[in-house]
Design a protein around this ligand. Sequence first.
Ligand code: GDP
Ligand code: K
Ligand code: MG
Length: 296
Amino acid sequence: MTEYKSGFIAIVGRPNVGKSTFMNRVIGQKIAIMSDKAQTTRNKIQGVYTDNEKQIIFIDTPGIHKPKHKLGDFMVKVAENALNGVDAVMFMINAEEGYGKGDQYIIELLQSIQKPVFLVINKIDLIHPDDLLPLIEEYKSKYSFKEIVPISALEGNNVDHFMNVLAEYLPEGPQYYPEDQITDHPERFIISELIREKVLHLTREEIPHSVAVVIEQIRKKEDEKVLVQASIVVERKSQKGIIIGKQGKMLKEIGTRARKDIELLLGSKIYLELWVKVQENWRNKSFHLQEYGFKE
Ligand code: GDP
Ligand code: K
Ligand code: MG
């Protein structure tokens, strides 16, 4: 009988390469929100994969990039911290994009990491197979990766194979979490992320990443339904208008979609009450960053 294996794996990579999509596929439930906009993931999220031979705890990091403001700074710190204390690092790239500045920055960060680093080339469903080899050669010349594995997180190609590769490098270890636990994040945080995801999906570039969602209250009502009250915080009055929409249409749509996901998560019917608040320049104020959960 082989020993049980377990370990912590950090997922790093530029925004939108498919980190959250990968984790959701592997974990099989929607815990990291996904969108086609950059910087969807701000906090580190742990997803736990468990089978009879291994347990892998994934840490989905915010896209590592050069910080532009305080929030950016915070996100880079989260990502760097995530690289310490893990058993291996998954560096994910988008097969469609060539080697770029963002990748160079990440590779510089990786130079100081003593753990195995895997290059995962995602979105291979989007490229011609002939284009894969030159890409592999290019990355090979920049860093000595333990393994290079092409996958499609969206379609699932080669994902099982990659999981087996990962398992080979895992140390023997205990099952840290019970097998039915898929994340260590409190529901409160996941609920706020689900609401923020709907805002990102439904609004355009005017409502970028200057949105935070604060859960004001979650409690069970007499009729057993759960009441969730949340504020959507934006930086400008004009953004508030967009989120509310004509005759409140946009906010209603955000609420309808978020309610469905939250009900799936909690396994019960909910009342969702949403407010929109303006908090000028919240991204540059440490005080507000703390209030909104971006703690170090
Ligand atoms: P993250 O920022 O790295 O977490 O990226 P996301 O997981 O949020 O994915 C960004 C976008 O890429 C989403 O629209 C995904 O549907 C898409 N995507 C992710 N993986 C794949 C893939 O393997 N193939 C294709 N075609 N699209 C993908
Ligand atoms: K994203
Ligand atoms: Mg993400």
